[in-house]
Design a protein around this ligand. Sequence first.
Ligand code: EPU
Length: 307
Amino acid sequence: MAAGQLKLSERLRGVIKGTILTEEPLSLHTYFRIGGPAEAMVYPAGLEDLKALLKVARDEAIPLLILGGGSNVLVLDGGVRGLVINLSRTFLELEVSGEQIRCGASVRTSRLLAFSAMSSLTGLEGLSGVPGTVGGAIKGNAGTPLGAIVDHLDWIRLVDGLGEEQHLTREELGPVYRHCTIPAGSAIVEACFTLRRGRAAEIRGTISTLLARRNLTQPVEVRSAGCFFKNPPGDFAGRLVEQAGLKGLRRGGAQISEKHGNFIVNLGGATAADVLWLIERARALVMVKTGVELELEIQVVGSPTAS
Ligand code: EPU
């Protein structure tokens, strides 16, 4: 068989040391528990594997998806062709030095927060309750009205499509509301934050208060992908969806949360098609009733049907 006809997973086997899975259901790897299979899903064994994978994907124009915590993504039912790099098992180190924390990109934001509190360093508390990993949070400049992840970021280290490492400062990422510019075909591997000295008990207290508030206002007990839409300037997507009378609307196993209008929840067995239907319905009705065009905050990937 010619190299071009080998299955992607077989071709990758000669290139890396990590684990390669074929036709792996991505519903097992997204917080939403929705999503079709990945043609090849790879857990790189470390930095060298990641470099090799990104280079192969670029050189051979293989479609690429980097999966971090899988919390801010809707994978469509037909799944994802090409290569999915699952970073959840690598880049997990955390290290404090003075007022700086260096953090692997796959560390959960909640773990980074707990570590900052333990180190008596304050600044990141606004991220309390934001799910996912540090790398994904930086790419989407995740945050709350109390602060976004790039506010205290110094630099990131990433691997680019040539398989080479790059350091980028906060300014070079051009951070704006819920977005940072990361070069196409690259993956963040490390981030460095500079924080301020604080009191551990106070930092823990702030985090607990914010988590308790979030538990009251958001459907944390059910599977979701976090907030679906960006807040439009000067308003809140959840408020607009509520005003359009859409809270509680159901399609198959998916529902616009009764608790918070900017969440779609998986009540069990929801498909991506159910979710897309609710998204379009919410966008259309909010546009008709308020004139506001809601923009997606989550990343939608893959094909609607198997190819
Ligand atoms: N509101 C309604 N109806 C609703 C939901 C909200 O009227 O169904 C109103 C609330 O009463 C409030 C305002 O809208 O006056 C804002 O609501 P909330 O405080 O819940 O904040 P949000 O803007 O909807 C943002 C982040 C969340 C984050 C919370 C923490 C965005 C898009 N969302 O939500 O982040 O957890 O603040 O306060 O910035 C996420 O990004 O995935 C996410 C969940």
